[in-house]
Design a protein around this ligand. Structure first.
Ligand SMILES: [Zn+2]
Length: 237
């Protein structure tokens, strides 16, 4: 019986490992997805800021062109001053020049504040791009690790299932049936150790007589409280 128990324990070990690996295999794609989504969101945020920066640059070019044309108009009007014949015409032209000057000065102020905004924004975007580059490295690393783990899990799972199947084949059907019955009852493990009369599955004491019997290992015994298959584990040795 000791040998058969050892096989059952080995089978349980393989099946528990297979279940653990399967759970991890299901979890990994979820983690991978979270990782990808997080990085995509960061990329989108940085792209949004770059677009805003482009918008500011465009406005600056527009303002520059506006100022240039204002200055051209001012220059032309000043030149025309020399051709003026009447005082009335002269006065009206001076007024026109004043208006151009005021307009140009307003645009200049706008350009200055736009330049300040651009300065701030450019360094902010630069910092964000640096952050993104660092994050990209981390993201690629983590992704590679997850992929590698996922790949190795398939092999590990296959090995556990194969070994489990082999062990199953060398256990008598009657014992297997009992094992599967307890396992499928949904209480986790089916085979548990007992030490100093305490069942490791339910943590209750088993009768001393049963404990004595268990140490001799002549029959397949179960815990009277939780019905799991029990074996004696000598924790002194
Ligand atoms: Zn028990």
């Amino acid at each position: 019986m000791r040998e058969k128990l050892a096989l059952l324990i080995e089978l349980q070990k393989m099946e528990l490992a297979a279940a653990r690996i399967s759970a991890r295999k299901k979890e990994l794609p979820v983690r991978m997805n979270e990782l990808e989504e997080g990085f995509k969101a960061l990329c989108a945020a940085v792209d949004g800021e770059k677009e805003k920066l482009e918008g500011l640059r465009k406005r600056r070019r527009e303002k520059d062109a506006q100022l240039q044309s204002g200055q051209d108009s001012l220059k032309k009007t000043r030149e025309r001053l020399f051709d003026v014949k009447t005082n009335k015409e002269y006065q009206s032209m001076l007024k026109e020049i004043e208006t151009f000057e005021a307009k140009n000065s307003q645009i200049e102020d706008e350009v200055i504040s736009l330049l300040e905004e651009l300065d701030r924004f450019e360094s902010a975007v630069k910092a964000r791009e640096g952050e993104l580059a660092a994050q990209r490295g981390q993201y690629e690393d983590q992704k590679a690790k997850l992929t590698e783990e996922l790949n190795s899990l398939s092999g590990e799972l296959e090995a556990c299932l194969r070994k489990g199947g082999e062990v199953r084949n060398s256990i008598p059907a009657e014992i297997l049936r009992k094992y599967d019955q307890i396992k499928n009852a949904g209480r986790g493990v089916a085979v548990v150790s007992v030490w100093k009369e305490v069942c490791d599955g339910c943590h209750m004491s088993i009768p001393p007589q049963l404990y004595n019997e268990l140490q001799k290992s002549k029959a397949l015994l179960t815990c009277p409280n939780c019905s799991r298959i029990i074996y004696w584990e000598n924790r002194n040795g």
